[in-house]
Design a protein around this ligand. Structure first.
Ligand SMILES: Cc1cc2nc3c(=O)[nH]c(=O)nc-3n(C[C@H](O)[C@H](O)[C@H](O)COP(=O)(O)O)c2cc1C
Length: 304
């Protein structure tokens, strides 16, 4: 029987769709590939307005699901499921957490799963959340590929703001292209043969080390600290905003606006300071950070 792979994903701008197309293009003709995109019933409009963007934070962080459009997954004994997703506000995107909590996700039961992330650069908490969902679904995480924007953190913030609010991903006069760089999107093709070897041999233990050797996950220790600080504040604000109602409720807008102002101040005014203290902490506690980096590149489910 032909080896069969199921690719499940969501992509708002199409970036993750391109990454997955390139990755699966080198899996080889012998493998049967079924690709399905899950989408919310009510789509998130792109480009975003400032209001809709920041208003999506609480439900992203608290993983509150929205209804999804029905999907038909052909009944096959899939040998591997590739789950493509992206973080929103340091958490799995709302479409992804909705999918993982829906009945559609039962297709993952008992399956080896490879996650493919297309991110800015802050994906650690999101991946921990996805790992926990996979565990609950009785799926086995066998590999993980993270494609991120490799520009400086502040540059990537400026370009992602431009992209999300104007739709412009390409470089502009002063700023580079936003998101995962075009060359890296194309280079995702290099993972195809590694994945094929693992599916054909059934050697799942060897998959992540082979992917890591091909540069599947790069991680800066300072981002671990910045992300930990960020998610703590996001959780508090998410609950505070939700006290005033659901996404889209005008009653909560003053709180959403406050969150937006504090976040932007935190990023653009305080971030050079917090970036410096994070760098110092990672230098003084190198051993502990090496451990954390290794853990985050591996697949074990454990608290960080
Ligand atoms: C609402 C929103 C929040 C985001 N938050 C994060 C984040 O916390 N960390 C990160 O690395 N990228 C973040 N991104 C970038 C996305 O993870 C993703 O890379 C980008 O939106 C392109 O994905 P697409 O293929 O769905 O278009 C965010 C994007 C959106 C739209």
């Amino acid at each position: 029987m032909a080896i069969s792979i199921l690719v499940l994903y969501y992509s708002q701008s199409g970036q993750l769709g391109q990454i997955l197309d390139n990755l699966t293009s080198t899996l080889g003709d012998k493998l049967e590939i079924t690709t399905i995109e899950y989408k919310p019933v009510e789509e998130f409009s792109f480009p975003w307005t400032s209001q809709t963007f920041f208003d999506a934070m609480p439900e992203s962080v608290l993983e509150i699901p929205v209804p999804l459009q029905p999907i038909e997954v052909p009944q096959k004994p899939y040998d591997l499921v590739i789950l493509g997703y992206q973080p929103w506000f340091l958490s799995p995107s709302i479409p992804t957490s909705s999918f993982l909590q829906s009945d559609f996700a039962k297709v993952l039961d008992g399956k080896p799963v490879l996650t493919v992330l297309g991110t800015r650069n802050m994906w650690l908490n999101a991946q921990e959340k996805v790992k926990a969902r996979l565990l609950a679904l009785n799926a086995r995480l066998v590999g993980s590929i993270v494609l991120a924007d490799t520009n400086h953190n502040l540059i990537s913030l400026l370009t992602i703001i431009r992209w999300n609010f104007t739709g412009r991903k390409e470089a502009s006069k002063w700023l580079p292209e936003a998101g995962v760089q075009t060359a890296d999107i194309k280079n995702a093709a290099r993972f195809g043969s590694i994945i094929r070897n693992a599916v054909e041999s059934g050697n799942w233990e060897g998959l992540q080390p082979a992917l890591l050797a091909a540069g599947a996950v790069e991680l800066k220790p300072t981002l671990i600290i910045l992300e930990k600080r960020g998610i703590k504040q996001f959780r508090k604000f998410a609950r505070y905003i939700r006290e005033k109602g659901e996404r889209g409720n005008p009653d909560r807008l003053p709180r959403v606006l406050l969150f937006k102002r504090l976040l932007l101040t935190g990023i653009f005014v305080l971030s050079p300071i917090s970036g410096f203290t994070a760098k110092m902490a990672s230098l003084f506690r190198q051993k502990s950070f090496r451990k954390q980096v290794n853990y985050l590149k591996e697949l074990t489910m454990r608290r960080i």
